[in-house]
Design a protein around this ligand. Structure first.
Ligand SMILES: NC(=O)c1ccc[n+]([C@@H]2O[C@H](COP(=O)([O-])OP(=O)(O)OC[C@H]3O[C@@H](n4cnc5c(N)ncnc54)[C@H](OP(=O)(O)O)[C@@H]3O)[C@@H](O)[C@H]2O)c1
Length: 287
């Protein structure tokens, strides 16, 4: 796979996600379907966001079969806008699921293969690039062993249905447990400048092991007005969301960003944040 190093999304560099090279600035598909007031986005708007992301050099897309709202499905939108996905890496997550009425459930280990196949059907693929095993039922970090479910995914990887595995909503103990079963290329947890800083240690642990740390809610965890963020944003003439993304990308070369949006203007700002260099003074001010 070749990466266009002059594309805006390449400005923060690349990371080797197992066998895939991706730009560190990626895209999360969870916000594609709905507007912030709960309305359904126009289908053409969501498709335009995805196509613009690729034009800007985004080549890492995060999704899930349970990302749907009314008639819109993130996987279907990705398939329509991006298939055959030349040089793009699609990361999905399983564990949580939603029935046809939209109610969430947590898959038993023996249901995980069906969730993998659901993603294959929706994305129109015969193998998945990266699959995160997401544990826990809420945004509280998952507890208990992930070994049985992760073992099922390791078998599906051996069978060729999945190329690379990650884990999500986890602590360091889960990483140790998973690594004893199969290689782990990424950890996806909630984390940001003002959220879940107890994971600073897990970020470092992942860096030591050359594993990507891929935070979610890097923008959304900090929507409350923060004067430190506002001050740094003023210095660089950028938005608070861009400062939060740049801060994320400054946490180490293994930290990837997957900001989610259904708005082309926000997408362009998020991608531009890949080029935003924070100074030592900025980083100190942000704490
Ligand atoms: N593993 C897990 O458990 C898990 C959980 C949640 C999410 N995820 C993944 O992580 C991705 C990132 O999370 P996210 O999409 O919720 O969070 P995010 O990127 O932190 O924030 C998205 C929110 O911020 C707004 N936003 C985005 N860019 C903005 C900008 N430049 N200026 C102002 N507002 C902006 C979006 O609204 P607009 O649409 O109006 O821009 C949306 O409300 C998701 O898309 C999903 O793929 C994983």
């Amino acid at each position: 796979m070749t990466t266009n190093t002059t594309a805006p999304a390449a400005a923060a560099g690349t990371w080797q996600l197992g066998s895939f090279e991706v730009n560190r600035l990626g895209f999360g598909a969870m916000r594609l379907m709905s507007t912030s007031d709960g309305g359904i986005r126009a289908r053409e708007t969501s498709l335009a966001v995805l196509r613009r992301a690729v034009e800007l050099g985004v080549n890492h897309f995060d999704t899930a079969a349970f990302y749907f709202a009314g008639p819109r499905s993130a996987n279907e939108l990705l398939n329509t806008a991006l298939a055959p996905y030349d040089d793009l890496v699609i990361t999905t997550k399983i564990g949580p699921g939603r029935d046809y009425e939209g109610n969430f459930y947590t898959a038993r280990p023996d249901q995980l293969r069906a969730q993998v196949e659901e993603n294959l059907r929706e994305l129109g693929l015969d193998h998945l690039d990266v699959v995160n095993y997401r544990i826990g039922q809420s945004l509280d970090r998952g507890t208990g062993s992930l070994a049985e479910g992760f073992g099922v995914l390791a078998e599906l990887r051996e069978a060729g249905l999945i190329r690379e595995l990650g884990i999500s909503n986890v602590g360091p103990e889960h990483l140790t447990e998973a690594l004893a079963i199969a290689p782990v290329v990424c950890v996806q947890n909630q984390y940001g400048l003002t959220a879940r800083r107890e994971d600073d240690e897990l970020v470092r642990l992942c860096a030591e092991r050359r594993i990507a740390f891929v935070p979610f809610f890097a923008v959304a965890s900090g929507t409350g007005e923060d004067t430190r963020v506002a001050e740094v944003a003023r210095r660089h003439d950028v938005t608070a969301a861009q400062v939060r993304l740049a801060w994320t990308l400054h946490q180490g070369p293994n930290v990837l960003a997957i900001p989610g949006t259904g708005d082309v203007g926000h997408l362009e700002q998020n991608v531009a944040a890949a080029a935003l260099k924070l100074t030592d003074e900025d980083l100190a001010a942000l704490g």
